[in-house]
Design a protein around this ligand. Structure first.
Ligand code: FAD
Length: 300
């Protein structure tokens, strides 16, 4: 339901956040800054920057975050993983963020360094679990906000959803105050997950991670790696469009718009967008949620 829906003018607008990945090349960097300039007027709650597998983007994530801090009014959140790093290394990364003014970390265990599907081995001198990482960040910087991951369809390594929710509970007990979900396309899955999470006594916001499907083949690959279901109805919507980018974009916009509007109508108040460093779809979907540049909706 949007603020344009008759009778809904007084409904609270959702808060939004955007996720970017650190650019590899100068061209990608130019593109990212165009995307940030386009999305910044939507005044997101925060924007997050991912941390490449095994810390491979450590410096690039840092410089992207530092530039966001120095050149925009946006509040950045830095993703961080424990993979292949000692506790001292990880603490150092957090301390550097703290020094430049970062007050929000998305704390993750990370994927196994030998690739998804292989067994995860914590560094012998490293944080053994994501909950250990959360606890260390809070111990060293009590005013650092810490968000963590959540998996409505369970993490591929989890024995079952209960084991997965136990891990989420440990992260919350360690000080996490927000969870952002892996992307999903079936909203019922998310609501069933919320019921289980609430039954486990977890009360922090579980913010849905929304992946606008800009490229169906890419999304299928992501979904396979992430253990997320790609429903048959979704595949059908993109059937035959491999060589038709224009129609694909229209379909993608419709699919994502329907998903977020349905979540919003069912009471969801926060959305995290996996932007894939592209602005158009995310801008349009935010618009449909009633969000206008520079908070103009407040005066509407
Ligand atoms: P955890 O929350 O610690 O664990 C996830 C689940 O895996 C648990 O629920 C648990 O049941 C199971 N599990 C964990 N350890 C074990 C074990 N040893 N044995 C059996 N089961 C186990 N990756 C990056 O590299 N960089 C990023 O910037 C990044 N950002 C992300 C942001 C979000 C919002 C999400 C949802 C994921 C992100 N990831 C990122 C992916 C993430 O690193 C992987 O999914 C990784 O495999 C798990 O890390 P985690 O912190 O989610 O794990």
């Amino acid at each position: 339901m949007t603020s344009e829906t008759p009778g809904a003018q007084t409904q609270k607008l959702p808060t939004i956040s955007f996720e970017f990945f650190p650019p590899k090349t100068e061209d990608m960097e130019r593109n990212l800054w165009e995307v940030i300039s386009r999305l910044a007027p939507l005044t997101p709650n925060f924007v997050s920057v991912t941390y490449g597998a095994g810390g491979s983007t450590r410096e690039r994530t840092h410089s992207t975050i530092a530039r966001i801090l120095s050149e925009t009014e946006l509040t950045p959140a830095a993703h961080l993983t424990c993979v292949d790093a000692t506790c001292a290394d990880v603490d150092d990364v957090v301390a550097r963020y703290y020094e430049v003014g970062v007050r929000h970390i998305v704390a993750l265990r990370g994927d196994p360094s030998n690739g998804i599907g292989t067994a995860y081995q914590a560094h012998p001198q490293g944080y053994q679990t994501s909950a250990d990482l959360v606890a260390a960040i809070k111990r060293n910087h009590s005013d650092m906000e810490v968000s963590v991951s959540a998996y409505p369809e369970k993490h591929p390594e989890s024995a079952d959803l209960d084991a997965d929710i136990d891990v989420l509970k440990a992260k919350v007990d360690a000080g996490a105050t927000r969870a952002i979900t892996q992307f999903f396309f079936d909203n019922d899955l998310y609501f069933r997950y919320l019921d289980r999470v609430q039954a486990a006594g977890i009360t922090i916001p579980i913010v849905p991670g929304i992946l606008p499907v800009q490229n169906f083949k890419l999304a299928s690959n992501f979904a396979k790696r992430a253990g997320a279901t790609l429903p048959e109805w979704l595949a059908k919507k993109f059937e035959g469009l491999d060589d038709d980018a224009d129609t694909r974009r229209l379909v993608a916009a419709t699919v994502a718009a329907e998903q977020v509007q349905n979540l919003s109508a069912r009471g969801v108040e926060n959305f995290h967008f996996y932007t894939m460093n592209r602005a158009d779809l995310v801008f349009a979907i935010s618009h449909l949620l009633g969000i206008r540049p520079n908070g103009a909706q407040k005066a509407a």
